[in-house]
Design a protein around this ligand. Structure first.
Ligand code: PMP
Length: 409
């Protein structure tokens, strides 16, 4: 199953955090959709920033400040190339995908007309629901929610039927963090644009697995968080089309985002700085470049192929060996996210018993309560795979679930 060019042992050697015991078992980390582990080169970059280049960016003429600024701006260009944006002016650093979506809802949505309609989907993370609900209250808007079929794929006929002259925005995830469904983003963007409606894509779960190509997808806004793609915590990227960002008012005010401040009137900085108020996490931003380097050198396609094989193995074996297993999400195109229940057993019980075996999975509603309501379940157990997971870990995980199933009955 292992491809000759894909060496998990070599990849794992870059992740010291994987090499530890939990509850007297060797750790098996399968909570990657919540956050991935961090390769040594990213941690070393953070250390290097603190030990050598720690100076505030953009405001200094001195050497350290210039170095820190150069490193931050080098990451911006790297992200631009990585996601095939047209310009670095389209790359805004935020605190995470959550902040990015709040920024768009607040700034871009601030002038939406009363009665305007926003199209969301039932599989959204709360981060792509609540900011729109806050705006809905402020602007008197209506939210329309696209349903899923029994495989966990979006109902694209319903999606297309929701567009009308009142539609002001469509916002949906690239990949569901619960079902693993990969949505046909390019097609969905084209549908929205044929009605003149702008689109925001929540790419959090796509960033660690898929090539993100802004010019190919054609979306207006796209966002992801660094910590899910082997990078530091506390940093997100918001991509926005330059012509839209240019017209949008600032989200937060403060230092860094201004051109000139006076009590008689303030002017704002050029893009992307207009949207980056205050001192950014320049340490983490500099280190994000190393996470991108890790993914590029490992090879995104090879990583994805490996992860998909682990997903298929886990699904096949769970179905064959665990009576009462219920897998949620059987989309034709699926990312390595496996949500399941054992009969009617509560996900927390299963998760705690797996932790006793040193296996880290996520349990609960995964910040997707509307989806849980739609599926009529309290939550799921979710195992999610990353570049460093192995076939042997999957086998141990399945054996663990089978043991727990037998125990719980
Ligand atoms: N959207 C999706 C699909 C996610 O999986 C997550 C993280 N669980 C988020 C948004 C929010 O990301 P963050 O907490 O990093 O802002």
């Amino acid at each position: 199953m292992q491809h000759p060019t894909y060496d998990t042992a070599k990849i794992r050697s870059e992740f010291p955090s994987l090499d530890r015991d939990v509850n007297k078992h060797h750790l098996i980390y399968l909570d990657n959709a919540a956050t991935s582990q961090t390769p040594r080169r990213v941690v070393s970059a953070i250390e290097e920033m603190y030990l050598r280049h720690k100076a505030n960016v953009h405001r200094g003429v001195h050497t350290l400040s210039q170095e820190a600024t150069d490193l931050q701006e080098a990451t911006r260009r790297r992200v631009r190339d990585y996601i095939n944006a047209r310009s670095e002016r389209e790359i805004i650093f935020t605190r995470g995908a959550t902040e990015s979506i709040n920024l768009v809802a607040s700034s871009f949505g601030g002038e939406f007309p009363e009665g305007g309609e926003i199209i969301l989907t039932v599989m959204e993370h709360h981060a792509n629901i609540v900011p729109w609900q806050l705006l809905q209250k402020r602007r008197g808007l209506k939210l329309r929610v696209v349903d899923i079929n029994e495989r966990g794929e979006l109902d694209l006929t319903q999606y297309a039927s929701f567009f009308n002259e009142r539609t002001v925005m469509a916002a949906f995830c690239h990949i569901s963090n619960v079902l693993g469904t990969v949505n046909p983003v390019k097609e969905m963007v084209a549908t929205a644009h044929s009605h003149g409606v702008p689109v925001l894509v929540d790419g959090c779960q796509a960033a660690p697995h898929l090539k993100m190509d802004m010019q190919d997808l054609g979306c207006d806004f796209y966002t992801f968080s660094s910590h899910k793609m082997y990078g530091p915590t506390g940093i997100g990227v918001l991509y926005g089309r330059e012509e839209l960002l240019e017209k949008m008012p600032p989200y937060q005010g403060g230092g860094e985002m201004i051109d000139h401040v006076s009590f008689s009137g303030t002017t704002f900085a050029e893009l992307p700085f207009k949207f980056e108020a205050g001192t950014p996490d320049f340490v983490g931003i500099a280190a994000l470049a190393k996470a991108i380097e890790f993914m590029e050198t490992t090879g995104l396609e090879r990583m994805a192929r490996h992860e998909t094989e682990l997903l298929r193995l886990a699904e096949e074996r769970l179905r064959a060996e665990v009576p009462g297993i219920r897998i949620f999400g059987n989309a034709r195109e699926k990312a390595p996210v496996l949500s399941f229940l054992i009969g009617d057993n509560h996900p927390y019980d299963v998760g705690m018993l797996l932790d006793g075996l040193g296996i880290a999975v996520r349990t609960g509603h995964h910040c997707a309560q509307p989806l849980m309501e739609r599926l009529d379940i309290p939550g799921t157990v979710r195992a999610s795979f990353a570049a460093y997971n192995t076939e042997s870990e999957v086998n141990d995980f399945v054996a663990g679930v089978a043991r727990i199933a037998a125990m719980l009955g």
